[in-house]
Design a protein around this ligand. Sequence first.
Ligand SMILES: NC(=O)c1ccc[n+]([C@@H]2O[C@H](COP(=O)([O-])OP(=O)(O)OC[C@H]3O[C@@H](n4cnc5c(N)ncnc54)[C@H](OP(=O)(O)O)[C@@H]3O)[C@@H](O)[C@H]2O)c1
Ligand SMILES: *[C@@H]1O[C@H](CO)[C@@H](O)[C@H](O)[C@H]1NC(C)=O
Ligand SMILES: *[C@@H]1O[C@H](CO)[C@@H](O)[C@H](O)[C@H]1NC(C)=O
Length: 290
Amino acid sequence: MGLCLKLSAVVGISAALFALYMSGPTFSVESLKGARILVTGASTGIGEQIAYHLAKTGAQIVITARRGNVLEQVVEKCLALGAQKAMYIPADMSVASDPEKVVRFAVEQLGGLDYLILNHIGPSPFAFWDGDVEHTRWLMQVNFLSYVQMAWKAIPTLEGSKGSIIVVSSMLGRMCSPFVGPYSATKFALNGFFGTMQHELAMKKSNVTVSICTLGLIDTDSAMEKVRGYTNMTAYPASDAALQIIKAGVTRQSEIFYPWFTYYLLNVKDWFPYLSDTVIRGFYSYEAQT
Ligand SMILES: NC(=O)c1ccc[n+]([C@@H]2O[C@H](COP(=O)([O-])OP(=O)(O)OC[C@H]3O[C@@H](n4cnc5c(N)ncnc54)[C@H](OP(=O)(O)O)[C@@H]3O)[C@@H](O)[C@H]2O)c1
Ligand SMILES: *[C@@H]1O[C@H](CO)[C@@H](O)[C@H](O)[C@H]1NC(C)=O
Ligand SMILES: *[C@@H]1O[C@H](CO)[C@@H](O)[C@H](O)[C@H]1NC(C)=O
């Protein structure tokens, strides 16, 4: 083989590998056409954006949150965008029986389930911990236990359809920050629980995969309302975050990070614990809280 040929082969292969590395797993929107999907916390924010992306691919969706009147409007928009089916069920995830009721409704209405997208969160103050244990208990049910209940209820159906569970988590489920004690606790709980579930499903050679999505600050109304005045951190668009969440499930990745640098921040902070604690506290203005 001539030198030129060898060199061009090396260059060609390197370029191909680089392109593969840069592109990540390929994401085909087509694969979602007709897919049966349940999205929680879809009346607003990232969940609403997830519903719209799915609608455009021609999926069949059930959405849930507490406010039926708002869900109804999201459903109408989903149908206009091209959803094969779009339905809603109002539910309050702090009520112990609602998580399972929602899964049952979706499976019945859609005749099965391909994706379960767990995204809802209950409102929680952005403030110094004030000793409100009842709020923490309530938030644990809404943000964590209801996810466990829904996942467990959906797994038998997802086994049959080779389906996926997508869990929307946060950087605050992997690192600690001031003013978010109860919220952060629920996200750490999610990461711990669903990380275990990933191992167990793989060991059982289950058909079901779990994707955990770690998000940084996203520009939803509820998040912006909280951090306004306290920090100047850049918030990333909810519609982009929603697309990355869907992509994580379709490509069956165990973890994704959005925006991309959150992955590096989370890993590098452990190498410099003192520095990173100082930087984290420096993000927030103490005066704004007192
Ligand atoms: N935005 C960010 O900066 C950010 C950063 C990292 C991670 N995340 C994660 O991304 C996900 C979505 O966040 P987001 O900012 O889009 O939230 P959001 O705008 O506050 O939306 C929360 C959703 O949950 C529903 N919900 C609230 N309480 C509920 C309850 N008791 N029962 C059932 N549904 C309830 C809300 O609808 P109703 O009021 O109608 O019930 C709404 O649809 C969350 O898992 C969050 O932790 C967000
Ligand atoms: C996984 O899916 C296959 C069909 O694709 C099915 O035969 C098998 O029973 C499923 N596994 C479980 C645990 O349900
Ligand atoms: C955000 O930036 C503005 C203008 O640069 C500054 O006055 C303010 O103190 C900053 N706020 C915080 C919380 O860092």
